[in-house]
Design a protein around this ligand. Sequence first.
Ligand SMILES: Cc1ncc(COP(=O)(O)O)c(C=O)c1O
Length: 275
Amino acid sequence: MRVPLFRPAIREGAVEAAARVLRSGWIGSGPVAEAFEHAFAEYVGAPSCVAVSSCTAALQLALRVLNLPEGAEVITSPVTFVSAAQVIVQEGLRPVFTDVDPETGNLDVESVRARLTDRTGAVIPLRYGGGRATSTSWYEAAGKAGATIVEDCAHAAGAAYKGRRIGSHGSFHAFSFNAVKNLPAPGGGALTLGSDEHEARLRRLRVLGLRLLREVEPDRTSSNHLFCVLAEERDSLVERLREAGVDSSVHYRPNDTYELFEEQTSPAPSASRAE
Ligand SMILES: Cc1ncc(COP(=O)(O)O)c(C=O)c1O
């Protein structure tokens, strides 16, 4: 008998759910991903969850919304997949490696304490193998130094610590759903959050900062008659769209600016932006 290192257990319900999505014709991020976000947030006991393409993306976006100064230090483990170290560098920050606790494979807390300085912006511990971790002491040590913890929970979907699921202890927890993880999918990740402070920005950043043509709101369906955007530099946007072969028009001249209604003009700052 062979014991495989990894073989995903995919239940019939998951196969049917995937088929429903494929048949719907909407295979990009949409209502199913949103339902997953709610379900996963509830499962781990976090106020919110933002689904992304991978754990690597989740780690990177967490660092991005922290707005750390260029070159700030981020303490992490050398004994892990290279995602954390790579995104630290990609964000213009500096990885500082600790020793690891031989019992747990996680960041050694004394080693973290010894590396915390006023240049430390964040600490990325991982939940090695999904198992034991001394996370209370990580949070205490980082908190004293004013550093934020971004947990790499790539191995830890379903794990718990002190009666609470991993993903609910701090501000940022990055999960992986790649094909060899314990909650596997063809690919995917999620960031569970301790509050909604950064949620809106994270949602924009996960699509490269875009919010132009469709805001997905679950309680309404648009006829898609107009795609309306407010642009700071409207005329140059119109010009660039024209050059790219995309027509646009400027709607509407605020009605109170017509001569007919000049008597009625009242201060209306949002309406006058449309002019
Ligand atoms: C500890 C750890 N962090 C991050 C990742 C990256 O996950 P993803 O493939 O979802 O980006 C992995 C994947 O192997 C991992 O083991």
